[in-house]
Design a protein around this ligand. Structure first.
Ligand code: NDP
Length: 272
């Protein structure tokens, strides 16, 4: 019998590390599976993804730019996918497609477990109000920070997000320049600036003593942000751990096994 087939769907998708990460988890768990990339034309996400599942595919990770479409495609969605308004996991359950979003859980696991950050009582700033920021807000608020301030170049988007999640914790939406008016223990860069090659510079005033500056982007794209934050005296990390942890959460959903993440994270860092 053929091994169950999983994919990551995106455009572009050739650069995705998901096949390497899931193959590593599967080897360690002693599970046989096939995990490949699936390039969907921009206008044909639904056709390509439905075709994969119609051919017996078991599960798909969804990456840019299809996470919102993925949620719309599903018959059922988890609460965290609905709150995020986007899905990065689709799972076939008989004829039903279930959507989930593991990005925010991946961020929280990386911050807490891999980086040893205490989020309860922390002052957290999130820069950006796009899809990645939206997916991270509910999992961050569930950790009971003293405040989560969302700042964004377009302030109205930050305020809209803060209103949307206000029932879940202490959250505020502000303009980007408000960052310099406060001090934070954790600053998460959820903008696309690093991936676009125009890295964000943090105002030194926003860094509390011992603060962590975290870029959701990873690899060479995040280097300038990380180096600059370190030069300002902060701890700093890119988002490679978030990528690995969101994959581990998807692996758990699909196979019921929680994979250890340290060895693949170390391997990917060696190769970076
Ligand atoms: P979106 O395109 O949805 O959002 C982009 C955000 O960046 C917006 O808030 C936008 O502000 C802001 N922005 C863009 N350019 C600038 C600029 N020059 N100055 C200030 N703000 C700017 O992107 P995503 O939310 O999908 O992704 C954000 C980042 O997160 C990417 O780097 C992505 O690779 C990374 N990511 C990492 C993951 C991981 O597992 N490590 C998972 C998911 C995402 P405005 O509203 O004003 O336009």
């Amino acid at each position: 019998m053929a091994a169950p087939h999983f994919v990551v769907v995106g455009n572009p998708v050739g650069h995705s590390l998901s096949p390497v990460i899931h193959a590593h988890f599967a080897r360690e768990a002693g599970i046989a599976l096939e995990y490949t990339t699936l390039l969907a034309p921009l206008e044909a996400f639904e056709r390509v993804t439905r075709g994969f599942f119609a051919a017996g595919g078991r599960g798909a990770n969804i990456t840019l730019p299809f996470k919102v479409e993925a949620l719309a495609l599903a018959n059922l969605a988890s609460a965290r996918a609905r709150l995020a308004g986007a899905a990065n996991v689709l799972t076939a359950k008989g004829a039903i497609l279930e959507a989930d979003n593991t990005d925010g859980a991946g961020l929280v696991s990386d911050l807490r477990r891999n980086l040893g950050i205490a989020l309860s009582g922390a002052r957290i700033a999130m820069i950006g109000a796009g899809g990645a920021a939206r997916g991270a807000i509910a999992p961050l608020l569930a950790c009971n920070p003293s405040v989560l301030v969302v700042v964004n170049r377009t302030p109205d988007r930050a305020r809209t997000l803060a209103n949307r999640f206000a029932s879940l914790g202490n959250i505020e939406g502000r303009a980007l320049d408000a960052l310099a008016q406060d001090r934070f223990d954790v600053i998460v860069n959820a903008t696309s600036t690093s991936t676009k090659g125009t890295p964000l510079e943090l105002p030194a005033e926003c860094l509390a003593p011992g603060a962590l500056a975290y870029d959701m982007a990873y690899g060479p794209a995040a280097r300038a942000f990380v180096d600059k934050a370190k030069a300002q005296g902060a701890r700093a990390s890119d988002g490679l751990g978030m990528l690995v942890e969101q994959a581990a959460e998807a692996f758990w959903l699909w196979h019921g096994i929680r994979p250890a993440t340290q060895s693949i994270l170390a391997l990917l860092r060696e190769g970076a």
